[in-house]
Design a protein. Structure first.
Length: 161
């Protein structure tokens, strides 16, 4: 089974979390790929994989600049994504933006759900104004998320290797 981590980032924190997952979770899935969202469209979800959206939040609740094209493609090229299983990691700064905290990942979640994709588990959020190290807590969440969902997906053959 392949885990494809799609990264939307402004300050590279989301990319660092994704890379930490790539290094730490190889015992839980056969293949992990970290891919920046730059230049991607909704077509990326045609790949056989379990998807993990790892997105920062830009400004007052927007997706990062490198994720804008992918996000816009959900409306420009709508496709039924009923075959897609995904998780969401959403980063933000609750101290500076309490009303739009971690909305970047949540926006992706809304669009994917609207197109029929199924989110597995709860959305993980990280608050940049906290003292919690994002890589450590992100890897811990992802390990638990993978341990919870991968066996059932393999048993149901919903995600092919």
């Amino acid at each position: 089974m392949k885990l494809l981590i799609l990264v939307g980032t402004t300050t590279n924190t989301a990319e660092c979390i994704a890379q930490a997952i790539e290094m730490d979770c190889t015992d839980l899935v056969d293949d992990i790929e970290v891919r920046m969202m730059d230049g991607l469209t909704v077509d990326v979800f045609n790949e056989p994989a379990l998807f993990l959206i790892c997105s920062a939040t830009y400004g007052s609740g927007d997706v990062p600049d490198n994720a804008q094209g992918l996000y816009a493609s959900f409306d420009a090229q709508p496709a039924f994504l009923g075959h897609v299983r995904y998780g969401v990691m959403s980063l933000g700064d609750q101290g500076s933006y309490p009303m739009t905290f971690a909305m970047g990942g949540r926006r992706f979640d809304e669009k994917l759900a609207d197109l029929g994709a199924q989110r597995l588990g709860e959305i993980w959020t990280h608050d940049a104004s906290s003292d919690v190290p994002p890589e450590e807590s992100g890897v811990a969440w992802c390990r638990e998320w993978l341990q919870t969902h991968v066996p059932a997906l393999k048993a149901a053959e919903l995600i092919k290797a």
